[in-house]
Design a protein around this ligand. Structure first.
Ligand SMILES: *[C@@H]1O[C@H](CO)[C@@H](O)[C@H](O)[C@H]1NC(C)=O
Ligand SMILES: *[C@@H]1O[C@H](CO)[C@@H](O)[C@H](O)[C@H]1NC(C)=O
Ligand SMILES: *[C@@H]1O[C@H](CO)[C@@H](O)[C@H](O)[C@H]1NC(C)=O
Ligand SMILES: *[C@@H]1O[C@H](CO)[C@@H](O)[C@H](O)[C@H]1NC(C)=O
Length: 218
């Protein structure tokens, strides 16, 4: 065998070994369907100067000059401000890139079944990206589906974690008519690249969130 072939085989071996460490989905009760939750796209942008109204006290305190329509920012100088000085974290404005800030943080998680989760940072933050629930199916959140992501964008490689709760509103029907819902969870490999400003772009290879438990829905 050529050396590259051997290396490729070793890599393949390591990958398959890693996969066997991941928990497998449960066997559902007889006659019940089991969902498959495969993440096909994971993309997280966390800029070094993305506004952070939860963890960064300087951002929480920051005031900028609102100088045109909603979300139009000018230099944060009260003496020259031709509009009004406002606390950027308190506005609910549609633009979270105030003066001197980099692009806002975003998170995209797409599943093979079509579920698409998109978070775009907002100051009166609904989601604390990387620390829990993401904006998955936000429009039908009353149905109870919650996809949570935990991870850090500060390392080249690290372990991310995802929890998936299907919710009662998305319950599946078994052959005998009983309704069932599921939840699952997994760790996954998170890879982040950083540019010269330490803006982080993180991705993950395609991975599955195994189904680990079920609940009957009445
Ligand atoms: C349907 O089947 C499941 C397990 O297969 C059982 O737990 C459940 O009680 C059944 N429901 C009815 C209405 O018989
Ligand atoms: C204030 O100044 C900025 C930049 O010079 C300009 O774009 C904006 O329209 C001005 N706003 C008002 C309310 O005059
Ligand atoms: C990276 O960060 C710098 C400094 O905050 C910012 O000016 C720049 O737009 C960012 N680049 C990208 C690709 O987001
Ligand atoms: C997002 O980026 C900022 C700035 O680099 C960093 O301090 C923060 O820890 C990052 N957030 C997460 C959840 O990793």
């Amino acid at each position: 065998m050529h050396l590259p072939t051997i290396l490729a085989s070793l890599t393949a071996l390591r990958v398959s070994t890693a996969h066997t460490l991941h928990p497998r989905s449960i066997t559902p009760p007889a006659g019940c369907p089991l969902p498959t939750w495969q993440v096909t796209t994971f993309h997280w942008f966390n800029g070094s100067k993305s506004l952070d109204c939860i963890h960064n006290q300087a951002d929480i305190n920051f005031q900028d000059c609102l100088c045109g329509g909603p979300g139009v920012w000018c230099a944060p100088d009260a003496a020259t401000c031709n509009g009004s000085m406002v606390n950027v974290c308190w506005t609910g404005m549609p633009n979270y890139q105030p003066w001197g800030y980099g692009p806002p943080e975003t998170l995209d998680i797409d599943f093979a079944d079509g579920l698409a989760c998109h978070d775009e940072y907002i100051g009166y933050r609904v989601h604390d990206i990387g620390n829990g629930a993401s904006n998955c199916g936000y429009a039908d959140r009353g149905e109870g589906r919650i996809v949570s992501f935990y991870g850090s964008s500060n390392y080249a490689t690290s372990t991310g974690h995802m929890d998936y709760v299907l919710g009662d509103g998305h319950a599946l029907t078994c052959s005998n008519g009983s309704r069932i819902t599921y939840s699952g969870s997994t760790d996954f490999e998170l890879t982040c690249s950083h540019d010269a400003f330490f803006n982080a772009t993180c991705t993950a290879p395609v991975f599955e969130v195994p189904v680990l438990s079920y609940q009957w829905v009445s």
